[in-house]
Design a protein around this ligand. Structure first.
Ligand code: HH2
Length: 269
């Protein structure tokens, strides 16, 4: 299995939300979400990323109780049936704590542990792996007018500072992942494309990098305004670009197709 070690791991997206930008509402019942998650694991996902709150601009914020209701039953159901790693996509420490107690091993936080006063301390206490993602602004308004002096340099400075803040709070350095946050406070083309082109510079910070480009808007903009479910080719292109740059994992909706593309890419290399 030599090629296994050469390719990024695949994180499959499981959104249990009514309003996620690409798969919102499809897995809204617990059974549908569980079956979808198990299908992604069977298709080769190394990690399942469970999200109970959409980050799309205009999405309705959810309460802690509602988010816990959405994700906890699913995490427990997956843990009982598959050994796949589970990450919890949340900005709320209380949700991260419950998810880790139920078997999640990664806290994926799109706010890079800035959302709550106790985010950093919670991550340190949990001892799980933590994904620190770059986002300019807040989910509701982040796409209004994103601005950077030099998007790659600005994202690198932010991620390095958040990694240091996490380490200072007691998060072990070897548990930290970084993510450029494709689509989060970024112009679809002017900012996402330089970030994808400059991924090596983020990888060279020395932390594992997660890349989430699957089905995002820049792909539609590059291809005649393709709808979200018609962005598979572009999503795979972005995943392969991540692989070339040395990212540790890609966060994708289409697991089987991405795994196949990465297997072929790794075998050729
Ligand atoms: N993208 C989304 C959500 N979470 N987490 C990380 N670390 N990186 C990403 O790029 C990322 C993420 C957005 O995608 P999706 O989950 O499909 O949509 P929504 O936020 O509407 O649920």
């Amino acid at each position: 299995m030599r090629s296994q070690n050469l390719r990024p791991r695949v994180m499959g997206v499981v959104n249990v939300t009514p309003d996620s930008f690409s798969d919102g509402g499809r897995w809204a019942t617990p059974e549908a979400a569980r079956d979808h998650a198990l299908r992604l694991a069977a298709a080769g996902a190394d990690i399942l990323d469970i999200g109970g709150e959409s980050t799309r601009p205009g999405a309705t914020p959810v309460t802690e109780t509602e988010e816990l209701e959405r994700v906890m039953q699913l995490i427990t159901a997956i843990r009982a049936r598959a050994s796949v790693a589970i990450s919890i996509d949340t900005m709320k420490p209380v949700v991260a704590r419950a998810a880790v107690a139920a078997g999640a091993s990664i806290w994926n936080d799109v706010t890079a542990l800035r959302h709550a006063p106790d985010s950093l301390d919670t991550a340190a206490a949990l001892g799980c792996q933590v994904v620190l993602m770059h986002m300019q602004g807040q989910p509701g308004t982040m796409q209004a007018e994103p601005r950077y002096d030099d998007v790659v340099a600005d994202v690198i400075a932010f991620l390095a500072a958040r990694a240091e803040a996490a380490v200072a709070a007691g998060v072990a350095r070897d548990r930290i992942w970084l993510d450029p946050g494709i689509g989060f406070g970024k112009h679809p083309l002017d900012h996402n494309l330089p970030l994808l082109a400059g991924l090596e510079r983020i990888v060279s910070l020395g932390f594992p990098v997660l890349l989430g480009a699957s089905r995002k808007r820049f792909i539609g903009m590059l291809d005649g305004d393709a709808a979200e479910e018609a962005r598979l080719g572009g999503s795979i292109a972005a995943a392969l670009r991540g692989a070339e740059a040395g990212v540790a994992a890609v966060r994708v909706h289409d697991v089987a197709e991405t795994v196949q593309a990465l297997k072929v890419w790794a075998a050729i290399r």
